[in-house]
Design a protein around this ligand. Structure first.
Ligand code: NAD
Length: 458
């Protein structure tokens, strides 16, 4: 990896202003779109080789989202990038006031393995749309997808504009030693802190898209069958390796038994009696993660699933009933196909459990009781959430996607992605046809007039 020369050539290219040519960016994005669709089969194959992701989930969670981000960007980039006229302050009369969006410059994007295509390309699109250059460091754990990312991106973008640099921890550390104008990181809380530390000496602005323990609260006002269907989808898609998957259930004790029975039925409906044979059920990314997940089954009561095949990195969709809050499964983010089911009888029980953890990335409530779910939304701090379903807030590019507290800093998707990668410059263009003398010295007895003016502005 010749990092120094890559970064240097990107900085030079940025200075030419070429990265801010909207016409060129739209053309490039449309060529990129075509290239992604031309390579659709290769993408499916790479994701399948990496962890047996099905074609359907590869389109839903990776290709489809990326294509939709490209389309939204091409459609709106002219409007997003135009200076926005804002109401001027009477204090500056006469003037015209604007917010200019300017790119930061050289952006570093570091990505995880669980949605290795989408989580690399979605921020990259936003970064280049805003006029930046990008160095993209995909995950070393999905090497087939990472190689393909490199191949697709290098066939469309010049390396001085966008460059993929593959590698693991040593390569990431080298990248983090350089001075970037913006760092966008998606991954674990622990590595997020390493990124924040590396950014601090240069005061480099960062976005951290992290994870956490996402609660799913279920009262007794809804059909448990519908809840089970939506939960099985949200929890076991990508074999639970989704940052916004529901981590644990907090279900009203009066419906727990019925919900468990419906969850078992829905798991079988989705993946059959032996999910290992289902073409739709992915594998755990590697043996390290499999053994981390296996240890979560050791001190809790498994009531469904639990089957492990280390030779195939397989862990069945698994239900755990009433684990202790000190058990392995309740200590950290699960990030796998294990669903602990805890029950509650009062809102105080909910508070005891939810408040025990850091602010989560996702938050879910199943309830038809408006007062209840609105109270939950207001009471708890979380990145984003869905009522009466799981994870679908991710799909709307009009909604910010990001965490709060330990689950992350900043957000993106749609226009917010463009805004994340742009510095907003406030600019006043002063008129010369009038020059009100009030502000100039000598001030003499002007103070009262100034007070009156501020009062008027109110
Ligand atoms: P990770 O933090 O281990 O790795 C992410 C990236 O950081 C990789 O590119 C990796 O090479 C690099 N990295 C790993 N260890 C490093 C170190 N010590 N020093 C420097 N760089 C290092 O995360 P992961 O295992 O790939 O992904 C799982 C985590 O990511 C989960 O916690 C999940 O919640 C989170 N996640 C968050 C989002 C989101 O959008 N908020 C999306 C997906 C995953």
């Amino acid at each position: 990896m010749n990092l120094k020369s890559t970064l240097e050539s990107q900085k030079k290219y940025f200075q030419t202003q070429a990265t801010r040519d909207i016409g060129m960016l739209k053309k490039l994005l449309s060529v990129f779109r075509t290239e992604i669709l031309n390579r659709e089969e290769d993408i499916y194959q790479a994701l399948h080789k990496d962890f047996k992701k099905s074609k359907f989930e590869s389109y839903l969670g990776e290709i489809g989202i990326v294509i939709s981000e490209i389309d939204t960007t091409i459609k709106h980039i002219n409007t997003w990038s135009k200076p926005k006229k804002v109401k001027a302050s009477l204090l500056n009369f006469p003037s015209k006031d604007f917010i200019y969006s300017e790119p930061y410059g050289s952006v570093l994007i570091i990505t995880p393995w669980n949605y290795p295509f989408q989580l690399a390309i979605a921020p990259m699109i936003a970064a280049i749309a805003a006029g930046n250059t990008v160095v993209l460091k995909p995950s070393e754990h999905t090497e087939n997808t990472s190689k393909l990312l490199e191949s697709i991106i290098s066939s469309v973008f010049k390396p001085e504009h966008v460059k993929v640099i593959e590698g693991g921890i040593p390569e990431t550390n080298l990248l983090l030693k350089e001075r970037w104008d913006y760092i966008f990181f998606t991954g674990s809380v622990a590595v997020g802190k390493i990124v924040a530390k590396a950014a601090a000496p240069f005061l480099t602005p960062i976005t951290l898209e992290l994870g956490g323990k996402n609660p799913c609260i279920i009262d007794n006002t809804m059909s448990t069958q519908l809840i089970a269907k939506r939960l099985v989808w949200g929890k076991f898609i990508n074999a639970g390796q989704t940052c916004i998957a529901p981590d644990y259930l907090l279900v009203h004790s009066s419906v727990k038994k019925q919900l468990i029975s419906d969850l078992k039925k829905e798991i079988i409906n989705a993946y059959g009696d032996n999910p290992q044979e289902s073409p739709d059920y992915p594998r755990i990314i590697n043996t390290k993660n499999l053994s981390r997940l296996t240890s979560m089954l050791e001190d809790s009561k498994v009531i469904f699933g639990g089957h492990i095949d280390t030779t195939d990195c397989y862990l069945a969709p698994t239900l755990i009933e009433e684990p202790s809050l000190d058990s392995n499964v309740m200590k950290e983010e699960i990030f796998g196909p294990i669903l602990p089911i805890l029950s509650y009888t009062s809102e105080a029980d909910i508070s005891t459990i939810v408040s025990k953890y850091e602010k989560p990335l996702g938050f879910y409530v199943f309830s038809t009781n408006k007062l209840f779910y609105k109270k939950m939304i207001k009471t708890y701090s979380f990145g984003g959430g869905t009522i009466n379903d799981t994870m679908i807030h991710f799909a709307n590019t009009n909604l910010p996607f990001g965490g709060v507290g330990e689950s992350g800093v900043g957000a993106y998707h749609g226009q917010l992605g463009f805004d994340t990668f742009s510095h907003k410059k406030g600019v006043v263009i002063k008129g010369n046809w009038l020059d009100i003398p009030l502000r100039y010295a000598p001030y003499n007895n002007k103070l009262n007039k100034l007070k009156k003016l501020f009062k008027f502005l109110g």
